[in-house]
Design a protein around this ligand. Structure first.
Ligand SMILES: CC(C)(COP(=O)([O-])OP(=O)([O-])OC[C@H]1O[C@@H](n2cnc3c(N)ncnc32)[C@H](O)[C@@H]1OP(=O)([O-])[O-])[C@@H](O)C(=O)NCCC(=O)NCCSC(=O)C[C@@](C)(O)CC(=O)[O-]
Length: 299
């Protein structure tokens, strides 16, 4: 299969990238980050997470973030909503789009959202129903698609089963999360093939973490199969509370550089994005994990 001509990036830095930061990051900093990302051409920004502040303290200011956005035309500002309570709060704050998040691993599901995979799907059904009433699109995440910190290997068939359930429930897109970044290109292809038998390829997104340095190679592999939506995080921000030493998401700057090299259009201004990566890492005192970002800022 040929590479897609256009790829849409879903920037998850303000949510996935920041959610594990131990020190509170000011709402103003989050808002400035989101604004800079929009200015760099990102059209889909995951801005917040309407989850329990006891579980994820860093996302406790979800209302302030969602209500404080300087909205840019053409940008979708989305948020995670694990249950109806989260959805109602997000709707009150004018969210454009929400996401439910499940897993292909029972153990991860229990640790992350305190219920089994089957229970999570039951919980998501009313969220999708209510979102439909409110005319708000719902994205679905599946975690641990290429490995689990507790169960190890995950069968592609299990990933396909959960993806299908989310898609049939009404998620317009299913994002496949290599949560702990253990995937390799061949594994990624096999997993994708299994999922694509149940969910159309143009409804799938790749959400890869770079813990083992494989994220770009894995993305190349799934781009070849026709995936045209990629989740990434500016400066590769992020980690995983369940995997010690885990890196964040693949860096948005590195993805854009790869896409530019392949002649795939993303609509993103790489220099502005790299400057945003430099700024946010300096502001929160984190290393910049984008190789492209570091190289450009050294010029
Ligand atoms: C899902 C729950 C709430 C279940 O948590 P629970 O304990 O089973 O549910 P509960 O209904 O008993 O609620 C527990 C407490 O949370 C409150 N609560 C309940 N719901 C909400 C809400 N929406 N907003 C605010 N507060 C809420 C509720 O009021 C209660 O407060 P308390 O009575 O103890 O004071 C919890 O497990 C949770 O919040 N988990 C969040 C986990 C999380 O955010 N993980 C990170 C995101 S997923 C991810 O990063 C992976 C992804 C998507 O990026 C893809 C990949 O890379 O794999």
């Amino acid at each position: 299969m040929a590479f897609p001509q256009n790829v849409r990036l879903v920037e998850v830095g303000p949510r996935d990238g920041l959610q594990n930061e131990p020190e509170p990051i000011g709402t103003e900093t989050k808002l400035a980050l989101i604004d800079r990302l929009g200015a760099a051409g990102l059209t889909h920004i995951e801005a917040a997470s309407f989850v329990s502040p006891k579980w994820v303290p860093q996302m406790a200011d979800h209302r302030e973030v969602m209500q404080g956005l300087t909205r840019r035309q053409g940008v979708t500002y989305s948020a995670l909503t694990p249950n109806l309570r989260g959805l109602e709060a997000a709707l009150e704050c004018g969210v454009d789009e929400v996401a439910v998040f499940g897993a292909a691993s029972e153990a991860f599901s229990q640790k992350n959202i305190n219920c089994s995979v089957a229970e999570s799907l039951e919980r998501f059904a009313p969220v999708l129903e209510r979102a439909r009433e409110a005319n708000v699109r719902v994205r679905g995440y599946v975690s641990c698609v290429l490995g689990c910190p507790y169960e190890g290997e995950i069968a592609p068939a299990k990933v396909a089963e959960v993806s299908k359930a989310l898609y049939e429930m009404g998620c317009y897109e299913v994002s496949l999360g290599d949560t702990i970044g253990t995937g390799t290109p061949l594994k990624a292809k096999r997993m994708l093939e299994a999922v694509a038998r149940e969910v159309p390829m143009d409804k799938l997104a790749a959400h890869f973490h770079d813990t083992y340095g494989q994220a770009l190679a894995n993305l190349y592999a799934v781009l070849e199969e026709g995936v045209a939506v990629i989740d990434s995080s500016v400066a590769g921000l992020g980690g995983c509370p369940y995997a010690k030493g885990a890196s964040g998401n693949v860096a948005s700057e590195d993805v854009v550089y790869l896409l530019d090299g392949l002649g795939i259009e993303s609509g993103i201004d790489l220099e502005a994005l790299a400057a945003t990566g430099t700024w946010i890492t300096q502001t929160i005192g984190r290393p910049n994990r984008s190789k492209v970002g570091v190289a450009l800022s050294a010029k």
